[in-house]
Design a protein around this ligand. Structure first.
Ligand SMILES: Nc1nc2nc(S)n(CCO)c2c(=O)[nH]1
Length: 159
């Protein structure tokens, strides 16, 4: 499995912590995915559509033999299995798995854009990511540190 992938997971409905754990387990159960690092859990103010409950967010790093599009398919499967209902596009969701980066690849297809196009402006993504890989370079910015930290607070430290 000589590829690495960074994911951001978020949830603001139901048993939020249990959903995050379940999603990580489902990723790890795939023989083609080996989860290497999982961040602490952060409670974060909703971004995009403010009138909804706070999220719990984590970031994780995994090694995988899946292609980026196969990773996307697995993320969508897990979202569906854990009951994601896409009522309001930016509204509450049981679980959301976003692919942030895949190796140093740049991908622009109608179903997948990597690096994730909005990750640079999302403290709820960058702070967990920085925790699991302090040296990571944030795409497009060349920065190795997160500027704004507002709206993100540690909720439970990583095991
Ligand atoms: N804090 C926070 N705000 C969000 N807005 C959207 S959409 N999402 C779903 C991820 O794209 C989130 C999220 O995971 N956390």
């Amino acid at each position: 499995m000589n590829n690495y992938v960074y994911l951001s997971l978020g949830t603001n409905m139901g048993e939020r912590e249990a959903l995050l754990h379940e999603a990580v387990q489902m990723l790890n159960k795939k023989t083609e995915i080996n989860v290497e690092r999982v961040s602490s859990i952060y409670e974060t103010d909703p971004v995009g559509y403010a009138d909804q409950p706070p999220f719990l967010n984590i970031a994780l790093k995994a090694n995988t033999s899946f292609t980026p599009h196969e990773m996307l398919k697995v993320c969508l499967e897990i979202e569906n299995t854990l009951g994601r209902k896409r009522e309001i596009r930016w509204g509450p969701r049981t679980i959301d798995l976003d692919i942030l980066m895949y190796n140093h690849d740049n991908i622009k297809s109608d179903s997948l854009i990597i690096p994730h196009p909005r990750m640079n402006e999302r403290a709820f993504v960058l702070i967990p990511l920085e925790e699991i890989d302090a040296a990571i370079e944030i795409p497009e910015t060349g920065l190795h540190y997160v500027q704004g930290r507002e709206g993100v607070k540690l909720w439970k430290t990583a095991d």
